[in-house]
Write a protein that binds this ligand. Structure first.
Ligand SMILES: *[C@@H]1O[C@H](CO)[C@@H](O)[C@H](O)[C@H]1NC(C)=O
Ligand SMILES: *[C@@H]1O[C@H](CO)[C@@H](O)[C@H](O)[C@H]1NC(C)=O
Ligand SMILES: *[C@@H]1O[C@H](CO)[C@@H](O)[C@H](O)[C@H]1NC(C)=O
Length: 348
């Protein structure tokens, strides 16, 4: 029958096309929800809501050749988001975002393309830093921060070489990398968010008193075999039970060379949580240490929740460390821990 033979396939096609469209829509929804946490440069730029960017280009094709010159040009008391786009290149300069210049978005071309490299060591962590941010509402995307000074246990000098000093409230880093041999990331104070970042170091390389969330970060350990002691990834300095500070790692992985502790008791209420993180064999069985800490480790909050991988076995963990249950970990698992929905640009 001509009518059925012509309409049926057509009808079938419609149904098939409809099926295809629906499956594309459905898979799009699934795709979006599973990748919802991957925040890229375009999304951040859109959320920040300004397209105008000052261009820093090391070869002289932009508005400025150095990052610091672009920051110096931002007016004091700046109250509108300002994008400073840093084109690819190795920028050998110390970069300082002073207290009175909030709302700067420092946007690189990717952590493998745009880097700030400096070499300075000092007995003082703050003085040594290659990059310092001291103003609120700062966002960085796609930049590497590196301090090349030869420091660490293998050197006789007790100097520090901080890659980044983060000393203000409401600061976020997306897809950035931090490199140093020693004391890499000085997360001094305030609420911070590190998303899909890479952090490398050997001893106490994430330290300070920040209230910070590290989401899906990659932590690369470079243990030094010449050292008699194992270093620690974190050294958090929470001093009282009333303080909101603490480092929280959600997801991500830890691996590298040599062996290290997850962290050490460094103050009476040091607080560090690793949740759903992969630990390679680089994490020692005791997990946590009170090395060089004279106080009691009874009130520290050094904890793990459902971590996995060969370094995650809890059997030989320090007695005073914690394995959290679902209820205990709940306040640490979302960005509400840093009140992120109130200030993170990607959530506004
Ligand atoms: C911020 O932007 C608004 C609107 O675009 C403008 O009126 C105001 O002058 C800007 N403020 C500063 C400090 O540049
Ligand atoms: C250590 O830092 C001090 C400044 O605090 C500096 O004068 C000295 O040269 C540094 N030592 C080394 C070995 O770099
Ligand atoms: C570490 O804590 C234990 C008790 O858990 C204590 O016996 C030891 O002396 C402490 N070590 C240091 C260096 O304080």
């Amino acid at each position: 029958m001509p009518s059925s033979s012509s309409t049926l396939p057509w009808a079938k096609n419609v149904a098939y096309v409809h099926f295809l469209v629906m499956s594309v829509l459905i898979s799009d929804v699934v795709h979006c929800s599973s990748d919802r946490n991957v925040i890229d440069s375009n999304l951040l730029t859109q959320k920040i809501g300004t397209r105008r960017a000052t261009i820093v280009d090391i070869s002289g094709q932009g508005d400025f050749r150095t990052i610091q010159a672009a920051i110096d040009a931002v007016p004091e008391g700046n109250s509108n988001w300002t994008i400073i786009h840093v084109r690819k290149g190795v920028y050998r300069e110390k970069v300082h975002i002073p207290r009175n210049k909030p709302f700067i978005f420092l946007r690189g071309n990717g952590k493998g393309k745009t880097s700030i490299v400096w070499s300075q060591s000092s007995v003082d962590n703050y003085q040594s830093a290659a990059f310092l941010v001291e103003s609120q509402n700062f966002v960085a995307f796609g930049i590497s921060f590196k301090n090349e000074a030869p420091t660490g246990i293998a050197y006789t000098s007790r100097n520090q070489s901080v890659a980044a000093f983060v000393g203000a409230d409401k600061v976020a880093f997306y897809h950035c990398a931090f490199f140093s041999s020693h004391n890499t990331l000085f997360d001094y104070k305030g609420r911070h968010y590190y998303d899909n970042c890479y952090i490398q170091g050997s001893i106490d390389f994430i330290f300070g008193r920040g209230q910070s969330m590290f989401h899906n970060c990659e932590i690369f350990v470079i243990g030094d075999k010449r050292a008699e002691i194992h270093g620690s990834i974190t050294a958090h300095s929470r001093r009282s039970a009333g303080e909101n500070s603490g480092f929280v790692f959600v997801g991500g992985k830890i691996y590298g060379v040599g062996s290290l502790y997850l962290g050490r008791a460094n103050a009476p209420f040091s607080r560090v949580v690793f949740a759903n993180t992969y630990f390679s064999r680089t994490i020692v069985p005791q997990g946590w240490t009170n090395w060089s800490y004279a106080g009691s480790p009874d009130r520290v909050y050094l904890a793990e929740y459902k971590c996995h991988g060969p370094g995650s076995a809890s059997k030989d963990r320090a007695k005073w460390s914690k394995q959290l249950d679902d209820k205990e970990v709940a306040p640490f698992l979302s960005i509400d821990y840093i009140n992120g929905k109130q200030w993170l640009p990607a959530w506004l």
